[in-house]
Design a protein around this ligand. Structure first.
Ligand code: 5GP
Length: 130
């Protein structure tokens, strides 16, 4: 059965898309730890990120770098934190989280963001993506 992220990529489940190319898809985390929390996924569905072939892992990392640059331009923050967990969704992905301090990366602390604001943030990041 296709992962929830494959279903998002296929457009079967809606998402707040921020960037896409032939092999990757980036969208807002539905349950963010900070405004502008993005997930970057390879379209090739592999459960564990460190099982990706080297070329796909490298390409995913480079794509995430481009997304992080767009986030930094779109969202006032000191840094973009990068994290890999993979405990919930068995489809490799990278979390990119705008932060101002260490405490901003707390996966136990989720922030409420309205659908209108999610749309606004996704557009702001998408507009800066190069
Ligand atoms: P992980 O697998 O890295 O532990 O966590 C998966 C992440 O995916 C979580 O932060 C969760 O909020 C996010 N997530 C799970 N299901 C969906 C979904 O249907 N849409 C979006 N946009 N994010 C999701």
């Amino acid at each position: 059965m296709a992962s929830i992220f494959s279903r998002i990529i296929a457009g079967e489940i809606p998402s707040y898309r921020v960037a896409e190319d032939e092999k990757h898809y980036a969208f807002l985390d539905i349950n963010p730890v900070a405004e502008g929390h993005v997930l970057v996924v390879p379209k090739h569905e592999v459960d564990y990120i460190f099982d990706l072939p080297d070329d796909e892992y490298a390409a995913l990392t480079l794509f995430a770098k481009r997304v992080a640059k767009a986030q930094r331009k779109a969202i006032p923050c000191k840094r973009i934190a990068e994290a890999v967990l993979g405990l919930e969704v068995p489809h490799a992905h990278i979390h990119l989280i705008p932060i101002n301090c260490e405490a901003d990366v707390d996966f136990h602390h989720k922030v409420a963001v309205t659908p209108e604001r999610m749309t606004e943030i996704a557009k702001a990041i998408a507009d800066k993506f190069e």
